[in-house]
Design a protein around this ligand. Structure first.
Ligand code: GTP
Length: 343
């Protein structure tokens, strides 16, 4: 999964992507404003000033956070301050009103499981359940508090289990939608976004290279040994390429026997060394894995990024270098000279 890091946040950051999180946060903000705002006013009126303040502070922190996410596209406070204020309000409310206030704990702990990263949610809910039980104890029979605590634990466990299952499903779907089904290499839909991100680095004078890679005479492998063997060879080529480059380098299958390898923080000289080594390892690895198949070789064209160059032009330069490698007899690496494209 580390090769997917360029696609966005890691999966354990929470259940929702930014768009869904915005929608859920707006919903929660509206619901809590409608319920907690009148409650905080009521608490001021009846003299429960501390509880009134903590509810108001919670609402305010939520408004600030939602504003940051919607308007500035970033977190201003993060989820910790609203979470802390909410937990304090829960405990103060149970302390003041006893059993009646305990009903609120159920939607609160469930929302925390939904919105907050797993470890923090478990920690926060553990704290809320424990302190709520302690706050409720003076207001009711110990057996009632025990039932309340067990019911809360049951509710939180179910919510965690369901959310974990959804998270795994989400991770699987995200994996499948970004990968080529035969080889597991990244599919070409992922290419544009990562090339744009890489070309941004070129603007900051960070060398980045791409290598257009094509298997030589692959049609012969299919014709002589069948399509299934061809598939096995393609899969093994991808494994071999991946195992001879860094985890931060990204391999895309563009289609058929064509690939594009995106090197992070690498100049053309290093990319040349790496791809020559890859070519050698692939040739050796395929002979070892499939002795019946003739030597399988790669032709490769390298292009180093140029600041402010369009991504299409960058890829075109790598293709031109690949074309030269094919023309020069295949089984070799050529590096593009930027002036070739613009001559
Ligand atoms: N087994 C298999 N073959 C595929 C797949 N996708 C494309 N091909 C075959 O890969 C071959 C690609 O051939 P080309 O790249 O045109 O030519 P080549 O034989 O590799 O020759 P050069 O590239 O000129 O060295 C074609 O015969 C396609 O049918 C696939 O998923 N599995």
């Amino acid at each position: 999964m580390d090769r997917l890091s360029f696609l966005g946040k890691p999966q354990d950051e929470g259940l929702f992507d930014l768009y869904s999180r915005q929608r859920v946060l707006i919903f929660i903000l509206l619901v809590t404003l409608m319920t907690f705002l009148p409650l905080s006013i009521k608490n001021f009126v009846i003299g429960e000033t501390l509880l009134g303040f903590s509810l108001l502070a919670f609402e305010l922190s939520l408004v600030i956070e939602v504003f940051g996410i919607l308007r500035l596209n970033r977190n201003i406070l993060g989820y910790r301050p609203p979470l802390f204020l909410l937990a304090i309000s829960m405990v103060l409310s149970i302390h003041a009103f006893g059993t009646l206030a305990t009903y609120w704990v159920f939607p609160v702990v469930t929302s925390i499981v939904l919105l907050v990263p797993k470890k923090m949610a478990m920690l926060a809910n553990g704290g809320i359940i424990l302190t709520s039980a302690v706050a409720a104890l003076p207001h009711q029979e110990p057996t009632v508090t025990l039932r309340f605590t067990l019911a809360l634990l049951f509710c939180v466990s179910i919510a965690h289990y369901v959310i974990e299952t959804v998270r795994k499903l989400q991770a699987n779907l995200s994996y499948l939608s970004t990968r080529d089904s035969l080889t597991g290499a990244l599919n070409r839909h992922q290419l544009d976004a990562s090339l744009i991100a890489a070309s941004e680095k070129a603007k900051m004078d960070q060398a980045t290279c791409i290598a257009a890679i094509d298997i030589d005479y692959f049609k012969d492998v299919n014709d002589l040994h069948g399509h299934d063997m061809g598939d096995q060879v393609i899969k093994t080529v991808v494994k071999l390429i991946n195992s001879h480059c860094r985890k931060t380098d990204l391999l895309f299958r563009l289609g058929g026997d064509e690939f594009l390898l995106l090197f992070d923080n690498t100049n053309a000289e290093s990319a040349l060394k790496i791809t020559r080594n890859i070519g050698q390892k692939v040739a050796e690895g395929i002979v070892e894995a499939y002795p019946e198949v003739d030597k399988v070789t790669l032709s490769t064209g390298i292009a180093e990024s140029i600041a402010n160059e369009e991504v299409e032009a960058w890829v075109k330069r790598a293709d031109m270098a690949l074309y030269k490698a094919k023309l020069a007899g295949r089984n070799q690496v050529k590096v593009n000279n930027p002036s070739d494209l613009y001559a």
